[in-house]
Design a binder for this molecule. Structure first.
Ligand code: NAD
Length: 424
């Protein structure tokens, strides 16, 4: 297929098409050679598995899962596993490519991968979820291992899910293999600071972005879409740094209080009722409304393609920090840039998670565990260096922070790919 016909065959909001468009722009600016463009705009390996799971009522369901590796030039493949009803190969390929750039930008020695299962985990019992996880882990064990490909948590996968994967691959080997996944519980070789790492990283780059824009964080208001691992920790960490978090949402919708939300009350209410709606003193808003609120900072921290050409003209924030992967489409990016809205791109903003996953993997391989202070100091150093390198490129080439980040990252992967050469 030609590139044009390949693009035409994809759905309008294809995450993979968007990821390739972002890469193509960077390749153009870097003046990459034809072989490098051809290699880097495709994924290296994609494994699709259809596997049976015994349900509690005796039925057998067949689920579809994916593991995709985009590029391995700089080291083993790294990337999360997502359990979601809309997960498909197109999405997983995009997420794998973004992981390659993210690891390169953070300058950690990993390539990019991603995986997932098309499933609504909320519809499963705990026992069904465990059986699904273990069978999926076994199916993708063809690719996974400490030296080859190391999964981690993503949407709807937790430390418990990582523990089941670690146990399954350890049972297969006959001995414990903690370094096969990251984001594990502390009791089996997890890292201190990992559950908070992505949100902590979001708050670190948000502060750097405020400094760049001359914005005072102690008077800045924030809206956050998604109140899972990334969204809830970002909220807490941003509030700790002086930002006023006014709106948060999850899959069921959101709440808004222009005067600021008491996050402990929000968490307690969510634990008690299972919903954000109904918190006293806060108005209910839809997820679409939340994105367009009059706030200074917007943190999309749920799913991809939520800011599109359709709503980018109505975003009121001055600063968008991408906690999620791929929340702003390339068309929306162009509109936001024209409107003078700064976007801190996903491959920079949410790199804290994979950075501490890297620390976890190093600790597991050495069987030597670090204090949380050491981890947080090292994380801050990585995030601030990546921000500075991104800003430097953006200023030197007069491009957006997204393109600045891509120029740094793609250049590093291109160099590694080029110096290794083509086998045979
Ligand atoms: P999570 O499962 O912990 O939380 C996801 C949140 O998004 C939940 O609050 C859920 O209710 C909400 N949500 C789901 N569908 C939604 C919808 N259609 N509209 C609005 N909200 C919706 O997942 P997470 O780990 O916090 O991941 C969130 C995003 O951050 C994803 O894009 C993920 O790839 C990215 N990310 C995660 C990590 C990590 O360490 N967990 C690291 C980097 C990037």
């Amino acid at each position: 297929m030609t590139l044009a016909s390949e693009a035409a065959a994809l759905p309008a909001e294809s995450a993979w098409r968007n990821a390739q468009r972002q890469f193509d722009r960077a390749a153009e600016l870097l003046d990459l050679t034809q072989p490098l463009r051809a290699i880097l705009r495709e994924v290296h390996r994609e494994l699709v598995v259809h596997f049976p799971v015994k349900m509690d009522d005796g039925r057998v369901e067949v689920y579809t899962g994916f593991r995709v590796q985009h590029n391995l030039a700089r080291g083993p493949a790294k990337g999360g596993l997502r359990f979601h009803p809309d997960t498909d190969l197109d999405e997983v390929k995009a997420l794998a490519m973004w992981m390659t750039w993210k690891c390169a930008l953070a300058n950690i020695p990993f390539g990019g991968a991603k995986g997932g299962v098309t499933v609504d985990p909320q519809a499963l019992s705990r026992a069904e979820l465990e059986r699904l996880t273990r069978r999926f882990a076994s199916e993708i064990s063809l690719l996974v291992g400490p030296a080859s490909d190391i999964p981690a948590p993503d949407v709807n996968t937790s430390a418990q899910v990582m523990a089941w994967i670690m146990d399954t691959l350890s049972m297969d080997a006959g001995y414990s293999r903690p370094a096969v996944v990251t984001g594990k519980p502390l009791a089996i070789g997890g890292s201190r600071g990992r559950p908070e790492a992505t949100g902590r990283g979001v708050s670190i780059v948000a502060l750097d972005a405020c400094r760049r824009l001359g914005m005072d964080p102690t008077t800045a208001t924030v809206a956050i879409q998604g109140f899972g691992n990334v969204g809830s920790v970002s909220a807490r960490m941003l509030a700790a740094r002086g930002f006023r978090v006014c709106a948060v949402s999850d899959v069921n919708g959101g709440i808004h209080n222009p005067g600021g939300l008491e996050l402990e009350e929000v968490e307690a209410h969510l634990r008690r009722t299972g919903r954000l709606a109904g918190l006293p003193g806060a108005r209910e808003v839809s997820n679409a409304e939340l994105l367009e609120l009059p706030v200074d900072v917007l943190v999309p921290a749920a799913l991809e393609s939520v800011i599109t050409a359709g709503n980018a003209g109505r975003i009121q924030a001055r600063l968008v920090v991408e906690g999620a992967n791929g929340p702003v489409t390339p068309d929306a990016d162009a509109i936001l840039e024209r409107r003078g809205i700064t976007v801190v791109p996903d491959i920079l903003a949410n790199a804290g998670g994979v950075t501490v996953s890297y620390f976890e993997w190093v600790q597991d391989l050495q069987s030597f565990f670090w204090d949380e202070d050491d981890i947080n100091i090292k994380l801050e150093r990585v995030m601030r260096r990546a921000f500075a390198e991104t800003a430097e490129q953006a200023d030197a080439r007069r491009v957006s922070l997204r393109m600045g980040a891509y120029l740094v990252a793609v250049q590093r992967v291109a160099e590694a790919t080029s110096v290794r050469g083509i086998f045979p």
